[in-house]
Design a protein around this ligand. Sequence first.
Ligand SMILES: N[C@@H](CCC(=O)N[C@@H](CS)C(=O)NCC(=O)O)C(=O)O
Length: 214
Amino acid sequence: MKLYTYFRSSAAYRVRIALNLKKLAYESMPRHLTRGGGEHRQPEYLAVNPQGLIPFLEDGAAGIGQSLAIIEYLDEAYPAPPLLPRAPVERARVRSLALAIACDIHPLNNLRVLEYLRGPLAQDQAAVDAWYRHWIACGFAALEEEAARAEGDGRHLVGSDVTIADICLVPQMYNARRLECDLAPYPKLREVSAHLEGLEAFAKAAPAAQPDAV
Ligand SMILES: N[C@@H](CCC(=O)N[C@@H](CS)C(=O)NCC(=O)O)C(=O)O
């Protein structure tokens, strides 16, 4: 298996966690997101992934983009350990929390969005940082409330096993800390993330542990 990745990409971080949880070996194919205008924008990478985003997984002849599609593929093709609960309501709850992060928080703070704010919209760095923190705060406030209702055990967002919701949470917490967001209002999210970050599969997937970390 080959994973096109970038050490700081939180979407790739999700996939690295899933691969590690399932103990799947993979070759890391780093593509730097800012060097030379972004290696993910080069024709060579666009030929691999026309969406021009990181991550992208190759498993034999199959190529898959979009982190949640990749993770669900891995969960179906390599079922142990499962990353979704069995009960339909719990599966939906896990997906709802994962999507709240992957669709409603992360895209607003993606590199190309921040570049558009800085470039065509002529916003200074202070305004861009305020934008970033605003969308984290909006998303995390809802997630903290949801975490209280999701009946997690305090170490996982839902239930007592690692799920795709947890896999999305930890990289988003990493982003929030990197941008010095105030995390004091989210004790549940902090508690769950602190536990998960101590697990080997999460620690090995962390940005600082990647071969392309600079
Ligand atoms: N929804 C996509 C998001 C992928 C994505 O946006 N990746 C970021 C890195 S975390 C990226 O490639 N950004 C490049 C850019 O914004 O130019 C997924 O979950 O895989």
